[in-house]
Design a protein around this ligand. Structure first.
Ligand code: ITT
Length: 212
């Protein structure tokens, strides 16, 4: 019997994701299906770097989708995402990718530096106040205009130390609600059942199939 992913694959064979973050591409490729090919900007070096000047995930995802869609035919999908930690005023938020940039030596990984900075800021914060969430906003644009925007969130608790080596970014310090393990310890399959990205992508798939 055909499932929703098969129907989706038949109606959309290639999608351009306006990102240079290969982790996002891999996750979205896995969650869509084998029948859909997800290509990203790492294969199109001539396309411009879009400056993320927005102060919300929605603004930045629209900037990326609209900016890239001016240079290519068809629809472009963009993902702006990050971690919000309540006890530090919802930081790092839209600055998640570059949170520790000012103190980063360039040696090692920015993900490790970002994670260490959040843990340092949260060092004295007790368990009950360690609430956090990942958010993902996906924007779809064509010829410079946004067609739709989808939002996905997963609530959780910020761990007190790095645990696990799976995933990327802040995964090793984020325990989704209902789990004592971090996304860095849980399998990709489990992450995809509840992640901010999978929740936003589920809405995109419904929108796309209705549009056909
Ligand atoms: P593009 O703008 O090219 O898409 P980017 O990595 O700069 O790549 P964002 O500005 O949206 O993208 O920042 C997203 C950051 O948020 C990402 O680099 C991670 O640090 C964090 N993040 C987002 N989703 C995550 C996830 O599923 N797991 C862990 N960290 C995540």
């Amino acid at each position: 019997m055909e499932n929703e992913n098969d129907d989706f694959a038949k109606s959309l064979t290639t999608i351009l994701l306006a990102t240079r973050n290969r982790h996002k591409t891999r996750e979205i490729q896995t969650m869509l299906s084998d029948g859909v090919k997800v290509v990203d900007l790492t294969q199109y070096n001539h396309l411009p770097e879009i400056e993320e000047t927005g102060v919300t995930f929605e603004e930045n995802s629209k900037l990326k989708a609209e900016g890239i869609s001016l240079h290519v035919p068809g629809i472009v999908l963009a993902d702006d995402s990050g971690l919000e930690v309540d006890a530090i005023g919802k930081e790092p938020g839209v600055y998640s990718a570059r949170y520790a940039a000012s103190s980063f030596s360039g040696i090692g990984s920015i993900d490790v530096a970002n994670t260490a900075l959040v843990l340092k800021k949260m060092v004295d914060v007790p368990y009950e106040q360690r609430t956090a969430r990942f958010r993902c906003v996906l924007a779809v644009a064509e010829r410079g205009k946004t067609l739709a925007v989808f939002d996905g969130t997963v609530e959780g608790i910020l761990a007190t130390e790095v645990k696990g080596s799976g995933g990327f970014g802040y995964d090793p310090i984020f325990m989704p609600i209902g789990y004592t393990e971090t996304f860095g310890e849980l399998s990709a399959e489990i992450k995809h059942t509840m992640s901010h990205r999978s929740r936003a992508l589920a809405q995109f798939k419904i929108w796309w199939m209705r549009r056909k």
